[in-house]
Design a protein around this ligand. Structure first.
Ligand code: NAP
Ligand code: F7E
Length: 327
C-alpha cells in the first residue's frame, strides 16, 4: 500500500486547525495535530476527529519539542496555525504574544531547516499586518502598518517566512488571510460573540449584548473555505505568498443587523456600547484583493456574507437550545 502523505498542523485545537484537519483527512493525509499541555482538555472543536488523527504534544515556546516532533513524524507538510490570536490580549500580554506569534514562527522554521529542509511550510499570516492601510482593497503590494502587538508579531513571522524561503531555499509560504469565521470561532471574537448573544436573546436567556466599535469594517469569509487555500499553496511547484479574502467589506454594525434579522429580531433594542471593548489602536477597514489566489490557486470563497451570518446564527440557536434541553 502507498504511504500516506503526513501533515503536521500546529494549533489543531483552534478554529482553523479543526477545519484543516478535516480537509486533509478528506485528501487522504495522515494528520498529526500539535497541542500544548493543558490541565483541562481543549477538544471542543476536534472531538469528532480524535479517532482519525494523531495528537502530539509540543509548544511553540519550546524549540526542542518542535525538533522532536519533526524528527519522529517526518512530515511532508507543516501548517503553522498556532498563535496567541486575540488582538485585545496582545495589548495586555504583548511579550507572550511576541514569544508565541512571532518567535514561535522562527522556532518552527529553524526546526524545519535543521531536521528536513524539504518539508513544505505554511505560515498563518494575517490581514492585521495591513492595519492602518493607506488604500483599499489591500493587495500584495500594499505597505504594512500593523496596529497591535498581534499585528506586529504576525509581520515578524511573515518576514521570517520570506527570509527562510529566500535565504535557505525552504518551501515556505505565507498565506495572508483576512478574517474568517464559523460556528467554531472563539466566543470572544466579535462575530461569534454576536451570534451567541442573538441565540441567547432569541431563547429568552439574555436581554442585551454589549459591544465596542460598531464602525470597524472587516472582510469576513468562512473558515471552511479558507483552509482549502492553505493546502493549495503547499501543492504549487514554487513557493509564493497569497492573499485569501472575499473582496467585500462590512461593518460590525452590518453584521449585528444581519444576525438579529436572521433570528427575526430588530437589533437596536438589544445592543449596548461600552468603551471597555475599544482598542488602544483600532484597525478601521480591511478588504482583501485575492485575485492572485483566484488565478493561480483556482480558489474562491463559496460562502458569502449573508450565508456566513446565517450559518453561524443557526448553529448557535441549535447549540443553545440543545444546552437548554439537557439542563
Ligand atoms: P485560534 O482558534 O485562536 O487557535 C489558536 C491555536 O493556537 C489553538 O489551538 C491554541 O491552543 C494554539 N496555541 C496557542 N499558543 C500555543 C503555543 N504556545 N504552543 C502551541 N499551540 C499554541 O486561531 P484560528 O482562528 O484558528 O487561527 C489560526 C491561525 O491563523 C492563527 O495563527 C491566527 O493568528 C491566524 N489567523 C487567523 C485569522 C482568522 O480570522 N481566524 C485570520 C488570519 C490569520 P489552545 O487551544 O491550547 O489555546
Ligand atoms: O474584532 C470590533 C473590534 O476580535 C473585529 C483575529 O482572528 O482577525 C481577527 O482579529 C472588529 C474590531 O477580530 C467588539 O474593535 C466591536 O475592529 O473579531 P475581532 P480582529 O481583531 O479583526 C484577524 C484577521 C486575525 O488575524 C486575528 O487573529 O470588531 N469589535 N465590538 C469587537 N471585537 C471584539 N472582539 N469584541 C467586541 O465586543
Amino acid at each position: 500500500m502507498k504511504n500516506k502523505r503526513k501533515a503536521i498542523v500546529t494549533g489543531i485545537t483552534g478554529q482553523d486547525g479543526s477545519y484543516l484537519a478535516e480537509f486533509l483527512l478528506s485528501q487522504g493525509y495522515e494528520v498529526y495535530g500539535v497541542m500544548r499541555r493543558s490541565s483541562t482538555q481543549p477538544f471542543e472543536r476536534i472531538e469528532h476527529l480524535i479517532p482519525r488523527i494523531h495528537l502530539v504534544e509540543a509548544d511553540l515556546l519550546d524549540q526542542l519539542s518542535l525538533i522532536r516532533i519533526l524528527k519522529t513524524i517526518k512530515p511532508r507538510e507543516v501548517y503553522n496555525l498556532a498563535s496567541q490570536s486575540f488582538v485585545p490580549t496582545s495589548f495586555t500580554e504583548p511579550v507572550l504574544t511576541g514569544e508565541v506569534t512571532a518567535l514561535g514562527v522562527t522556532r518552527m522554521l529553524e526546526a524545519v531547516r535543521l531536521v528536513d529542509p524539504k518539508i513544505r511550510f505554511y505560515q498563518a499570516s494575517s490581514s492585521e499586518m495591513y492595519g492602518l492601510a493607506p488604500r483599499s482593497p489591500q493587495t500584495l503590494n500594499t505597505p504594512f502598518y500593523p496596529r497591535s502587538p498581534y499585528g506586529i508579531a504576525k509581520l515578524y513571522g511573515h518576514w521570517m517566512t520570506v527570509n527562510y524561503r529566500e535565504g535557505y531555499k525552504l518551501f515556505a509560504v505565507s498565506g495572508i488571510l483576512f478574517n474568517h469565521e464559523s460556528p467554531r470561532r472563539g466566543i470572544e471574537f466579535v462575530t461569534r460573540k454576536i451570534t451567541d448573544a442573538v441565540a441567547r436573546i432569541k431563547l429568552g436567556l439574555w436581554d442585551s449584548v454589549t459591544l465596542g466599535n460598531l464602525h470597524a469594517k472587516r472582510d469576513w469569509g468562512f473558515a471552511g473555505d479558507y483552509v482549502k487555500a492553505m493546502w493549495k499553496m503547499l501543492q504549487l511547484k514554487k513557493p509564493e505568498d497569497f492573499i485569501v479574502a472575499t473582496g467585500e467589506s462590512h461593518s460590525v454594525e452590518d453584521f449585528v443587523k444581519e444576525a438579529f434579522l436572521c433570528a427575526g429580531l430588530s437589533w437596536k433594542k438589544y445592543v449596548e456600547i461600552d468603551p471597555r471593548f475599544y482598542r488602544p489602536a483600532e484597525v478601521h477597514t480591511l478588504c482583501g484583493d485575492a485575485a492572485k489566489a483566484r488565478r493561480i490557486l483556482k480558489w474562491k470563497p463559496e460562502v458569502n456574507f449573508k450565508g456566513l451570518v446565517r450559518l453561524m446564527v443557526e448553529a448557535d440557536i441549535e447549540r443553545v437550545s440543545r444546552q437548554l434541553r439537557v439542563s
